[in-house]
Design a protein around this ligand. Structure first.
Ligand code: NAD
Ligand code: DAU
Length: 342
């Protein structure tokens, strides 16, 4: 019999890629996707699998204790928690919602999972909890947590709760910390999809500061395979870093996007820096590679070519986001098609 996996935040960028990956590659799981559909949650991301026999969507908030308890009363073999507010710039202007969702939402899930004896809980965290690196060195799982934005501070708070549940109650929590993802279905507020879509519209690409901040890019499918490995083989109480070994300065990746699209570098506009802007992230993923046999498989050249092509081929997808029309999909199409009232 298939095991029940509760995925939270499955209508966002990484969650939707993960749901699709599991449905296509791993028939050991049936998936319940709990997502409240914030601005970042888009049911259109999973349109192709919405009627899959091993997939159910539930619209709801991870902070809703009653709902979470009702879902877990039906039993769950594993919870994978993607649900979060995820954009650093938004956390600078509105930190409160980040604490509510990322910290209190995770606490709600942990308490309910403990109550119902869920045997595995995987918290999807981020390398940003480690803070910022100088020109040398890599983040390991032992690097102290030094978050610099309200977003990363709230993610670190959630990580510490997962750790505390393990230490205090023997709760079977595991944590993944991944570097910057890119690929299909990423909301066009993040660097790569924003710059590809702006360039396609001949709009300026706003590069923060001197454009020399460095990120370690990983193709989203590689991240999803890493999470799957942690779900299946990770040791409770452990943290697993996941990274792509692809360090690049923002200005370099921006020029690469323009080159692939045949657009002029004059579209680059240097703008005021992000407050508290982390200078460099870079991940040491030796632990997951040696313990769980995972490795990144998509080179940056290949991943960027696929990604640029995807945004060219799915112009309607990101145009509907930029215009706000995507938010009507749930009311107009999904509820009708599924006999729901809302
Ligand atoms: P996203 O913003 O694209 O998606 C977040 C999803 O969570 C959306 O579908 C949203 O509707 C849902 N959500 C938000 N609040 C909710 C709530 N209260 N209840 C239920 N659902 C809720 O984010 P993403 O980029 O896909 O990131 C997913 C997770 O991975 C996050 O936890 C993030 O911190 C982590 N992460 C992201 C990256 C990255 O590069 N994007 C890297 C490492 C880790
Ligand atoms: O490292 C993992 C993290 O990566 C995740 O935890 C976050 O959820 C995810 O949003 C991402 O955070 P970043 O802040 O690194 O991603 P973002 O795409 O916002 O920015 C990438 C870099 O590009 C960063 O140095 C800021 C810069 N930038 C970003 C935007 C949106 C610009 O120069 N201009 C922009 O308009």
């Amino acid at each position: 019999m298939a095991q029940k996996m509760l995925v939270t935040g499955g209508c966002g960028f990484i969650g939707s890629n993960f749901v699709r990956h599991i449905l296509a590659n791993n028939d050991r799981y049936e998936i319940v996707n709990l997502d409240t559909l914030t601005y970042a949650g888009n049911l259109e991301n999973l349109r192709d699998v919405e009627n899959h026999p091993r997939y159910t969507f539930v619209k709801g908030d991870i902070c809703d204790e009653d709902l979470v308890n009702r879902l877990l009363a039906d039993g769950a073999d594993v919870i994978v928690n993607f649900a979060a507010e995820s954009h650093v710039d938004r956390s600078i202007t509105d930190p409160g919602v980040f604490v509510r969702v990322n910290v209190l939402g995770t606490q709600t899930l942990l308490a309910a999972a403990k109550e119902h004896g869920v045997p595995r809980f995987v918290q999807i965290s981020t390398d940003e909890v480690y803070g910022s690196l100088g020109p040398e060195g890599l983040f390991t799982e032992e690097t102290p947590l030094q978050p610099n934005s309200p977003y990363s501070a709230a993610k670190a708070g959630a990580d510490l709760l997962v750790r505390a549940y393990h230490q205090t109650y023997g709760f079977p929590g595991l944590i993944t910390r991944c570097s910057n993802n890119y690929g299909p279905y990423q909301f066009p507020e993040k660097l790569i999809p924003l710059f590809i879509s702006n360039a396609l519209e001949d709009k300026p690409l706003p590069l923060y500061g001197d454009g020399m901040n460095v990120r370690d890019w990983i193709y989203v499918d590689d991240h999803c395979r890493g999470i799957e490995a942690v779900v299946e083989k990770g040791r409770p109480g452990e943290v697993y870093n996941i990274g792509g070994n692809n360090e690049l300065a923002n200005v370099t990746i921006t020029k690469e996007i323009l080159k692939q699209l045949g657009k002029p570098e004059s579209l680059i506009t240097f703008v005021k820096d992000r407050p508290g802007h982390d200078r460099r992230y870079a991940i040491d993923s030796t632990k997951i590679q040696t313990e769980l046999g995972w490795q990144p498989t998509v080179s940056l050249a290949d991943g960027m070519a696929r990604t640029v092509q995807w945004y060219q081929d799915h112009r309607e997808w990101w145009e509907r986001i930029k215009s706000g029309e995507y938010m009507e999909y749930y009311d107009r199409h999904y509820c009708q098609a599924h006999g729901l009232k809302e």
